[in-house]
Design a protein around this ligand. Sequence first.
Ligand SMILES: *Cc1c(COP(=O)(O)O)cnc(C)c1O
Length: 476
Amino acid sequence: MRVRELYRWEKRGTIAAMANRAELLRAIPSVDRVLSCDAASVALGRFHRAYVTESIRAVLDDVRQHVTAQTRLAAPSPEEVMHLALARMDAQQPLPIRAVVNATGVVLHTNLGRALLAPEAVNAVARVAASAANLEYDLARGERGDRDDLIADDLCVLTGAEAATVVNNNAAAVLLALNTLAEGREVVVSRGELIEIGGSFRIPDVMAKSAAQLREVGTTNRTHADDYAAAITPQTALLLKVHTSNYRIVGFTSDVPLGALVAIGHARGVSVMEDLGSGALVDLSAYGLPKEPVVAERIRMGADVVTFSGDKLLGGPQAGIIVGRRELITRIKRNPLKRALRCDKLTLAALAATLRLYRTAPDLRTALPTLRWLTRPLAEMGAVGEAAVPALRAALGEGFVVELVDAESEIGSGALPIENLPTRAISITHPTVGADDIARLFRSADPPIIGRIHTGCFLLDLRGIFNPEDIVPVQR
Ligand SMILES: *Cc1c(COP(=O)(O)O)cnc(C)c1O
């Protein structure tokens, strides 16, 4: 666009080309002159005045640079500047946050926003977003209500817990629970469970911020029941078990199962909390997937408090869910920190709708995008790939080698870290263009397509791709 304009000016500007640069620079119209031309009123009807002014300035800067460099040999008219500024505003930058295509094969990709919401959850969000809602309003009694009531009943039914509350994410849930139940006292944790997950969530650091004192027991690879028992003193507030979501310790190992930990704690009057991380609401092995701890099972085993994420295997919005014994949940809800960590109506609407699906949907695999991706049949991914290969070859042109291949996807977000799922992917290579450059090309598409690089090959994983055209890059 700009190049074509320049060319036009050059043709028209043969006489002006004789003039010297200084004269040309003086002939460039001022912002005010551009703003008072007829074309400006159209722009001012469509865009904020400051934005129009800013765009005109940018065009004038551009023109000045070209004139100075003698790559432009005529001064534009005010109308021409306005026309260019308008084109610039029309082609405005996309919002900083935008939809992208997740062809990484990582189903719960933290950097790409983890779980996709079910349509029912999206609709629930849309309905309350543009409307007032009974967020903290008891419709039966016509008085102030509790926002946790919107999700507590379904959470209790689904987990078997007595009570539930929800905050912004699981990191907040852990912080809030520790601060409420163990401030100034000791929390006993196995050295094999002092996890760090992405985004600098480290159990010792969260513990410090919660003002609870970490009491480490056991060793990295082995912790025994006696280690916990010996660590309990009048100062002990909690025994904490942390699900090692994103790694496994293998070999000469032992840890204390939750049931045994509960027996030790309860015999001494000490509560047991478990940070499950992902925390599935249903047993994934029923769908042929590797087993992840199920929240209801942990409650049945006697955990007093269990925390888990809303946007990992649960497949809902970012949230941190705390379920457990009523008395403890009540204390957690009364903590002033809860006010700072609480969820808004959009999150609660999405979570309520997602939980409702767990109770009502005939088949969760079709109801929840996360489960749909995780249980996607190879043949279905293959069929999308077969259709995408010729389209990609046509779009990329000469030299690119586009092939359907077998690969492995990850569940991501620290769920089932060592079990990968067999998948189908499209590999794209080129004799002279490197994988990084191919990845950049796909990222620059609109919408951006995010693949992954595996052993030097750029791969588009088909696990989350349902329409072949979604992975054919379109440049803006
Ligand atoms: C993911 C995870 C967290 C943090 O959860 P967010 O929802 O990301 O805040 C904490 N603990 C464990 C064990 C986790 O896997």
